[in-house]
Design a protein around this ligand. Structure first.
Ligand code: FNR
Length: 354
């Protein structure tokens, strides 16, 4: 087990533990430019307060929930992240196992260090998504999606906030290049990403993503498509109008547009606009069970974490990933009980105090 007092404390431990690959820690930790948005992501949760309710007869909290017909032990899921081989030799295979043990959802990134088939085989009975960075080449999109469908994923997460990489200065200073191949790319003919920088990797992706791409990916896959990287209510509307089956509110952990609002700040407006037409998934900056509570109370159905999962993977492999989710579960459970809420539905129906 990885001993965890709080999630924030993991970062320094990972920094010491991860001296193996040049710039790997900086790539994982970093945000764009001045990291204003990255810092705001976590700080913004402090603007909302949770009014404790007592005398509610609460003697335990039940964290179970579901997305469509997928039963989950927790509302906390894993955010897709690239190149997990940087953090651990077993990479995505261990993340998939660790997330499965926590009864949650793993999403394989297009830029994973593991093939999506191997990621799926590592946790064959657990729900998984495939995160797609669309290519300019629709044959490649189709090729990847066919593999994902065969591997049994439950949805495609279409990331739309990364038509190019944000300007991440730590990567510039470190001249960071992916030291490991990306088997999902290698399986086709685009090259495997090894030795390339982030700019070069994104350059092969489709820059001009348009709303009709959502339906295109739905038609190719026959699966629900969740659109990830939504930051404005108008875009949420547009995505739903063009077929999105889920809205994933995210600013990519502050790694893309510095100066964008904290993801939590814009969540209530987006949730209002979505108005329960499709599920809302939220990420960026979540480091506490209390943050999960506040996101659920602000309209999220599920809450995803990015860097904390990678840190757990680095420090303890699959078990470390499970430990991170279970630590957040523990904090969420305490928060729920002290707030006078017993179920995830109760949390969703809580009014925050501003
Ligand atoms: C990411 N993220 C990301 N998102 C995505 O859709 N595809 C990807 O390949 C990646 N890769 C990636 C790598 C690393 C190292 C990080 C830290 C993040 C973004 C990720 O899914 C998520 O939106 C953020 O990580 C959420 O913010 P927190 O929880 O890290 O603050």
């Amino acid at each position: 087990h990885v001993e965890i007092v709080n999630i924030a404390g993991l970062e320094a431990r990972v920094k010491d533990h991860m001296s193996n690959e040049k710039g790997a820690f900086g790539y994982i930790r970093g945000g764009a430019e001045d990291e204003y948005t990255m810092k705001e992501n976590t700080a913004a949760f402090n603007k909302a307060k949770i009014m404790p309710r007592v005398l509610q007869g609460i003697d335990h909290a039940d964290l179970s929930t579901n997305l469509w017909d997928i039963a989950l032990k927790t509302p906390i899921i894993e955010s897709p992240s690239a190149a997990q081989g940087l953090a651990h030799a077993n990479g995505e295979k261990d993340t998939a196992k660790g997330v499965a043990a926590a009864g949650s959802i793993f999403s394989m990134s297009t830029y994973g260090s593991t093939s999506l088939e191997d990621g799926a085989a590592a946790a064959p009975d657990a729900p998984q998504f495939f995160q797609l960075y669309m290519s300019k080449d629709d044959k490649f999109n189709e090729f990847l999606i066919n593999k994902a469908v065969k591997a049994g994923v439950k949805a495609i997460v279409l990331t739309v906030d990364s038509t190019l990489g944000g300007y991440r200065e730590e990567d510039v200073i470190n001249k960071f290049q992916f030291p490991l191949p990306m088997p999902n790319l290698a399986a086709y003919s685009e090259g495997d990403g090894e030795g390339k920088g982030i700019g070069e990797i994104y350059a092969a992706a489709k820059q001009g993503i348009v709303p009709s791409d959502i339906q295109k990916i739905k038609d190719m896959s026959g699966l629900p498509v969740i659109v990830k990287g939504i930051q404005s209510p108008d875009d949420a509307d547009l995505a739903i109008e063009f077929g999105a089956d889920g809205i994933w509110v995210s600013n990519h952990g502050g790694r893309q547009l510095d100066g964008a609002p904290a993801s939590f700040d814009i969540l209530p407006d987006i949730a209002d606009r979505v108005d329960k037409r499709v599920p809302v998934i939220f990420d960026s900056g979540v480091r506490r069970g209390e943050h999960v509570f506040k996101a659920l109370a602000s309209g999220a159905d599920l809450v995803a974490v990015g860097r904390p999962i990678i840190y757990g993977l680095n420090l303890g492999g699959a078990q470390g990933v499970t430990d991170v989710i279970e630590h957040l579960n523990m904090e969420l459970s305490i928060t729920m009980q002290l707030a006078g809420t017993k179920t995830i539905n109760d949390v969703k129906n809580t009014d925050l105090y501003y």
